[in-house]
Design a binder for this molecule. Structure first.
Ligand SMILES: [Zn+2]
Length: 115
């Protein structure tokens, strides 16, 4: 499953950061996920317990921020919400656009317990 490998990657990042900080455990992790990143929220929730079992994130509270897709039309300059990647400009109908946000897939922050 796609989401499982993404979470394995996040676990690796978290383990690295925990080791680097010299902390004991990770209290919370905050993820930023764009609605155009291809990650299914339900699948991510479903995969979370399995992916984090016996890892540094096993007891960590997760906060997920979903970032809505937004684009700027290359033809007319209009900025608009982009629920799907193939959505056309609502003003002029152009397919050509620059994606401003919505492709994020980041670990935004972590709260690490030091003692
Ligand atoms: Zn346009």
């Amino acid at each position: 499953m796609h989401e499982l490998s993404i979470l394995e990657n996040i676990v690796d990042i978290a383990a690295f950061e925990l080791k680097r900080s010299g902390g004991l455990r990770i209290e919370t992790i905050e993820l930023e996920i764009g609605t155009l990143s291809g990650v299914e929220p339900d699948a991510l929730e479903f995969a979370w317990p399995e992916a984090t079992q016996h890892t540094v994130l096993e007891k960590t509270r997760k906060i997920i921020r979903y970032i809505p897709g937004q684009a700027r039309c290359q033809s007319c300059g209009e900025t608009f919400d982009l629920p799907y990647i193939y959505h056309v400009c609502p003003k002029c109908g152009s397919y050509y656009k620059d994606i401003i946000q919505g492709k994020e897939l980041n670990v935004k922050s972590m709260e690490i317990l030091k003692e």
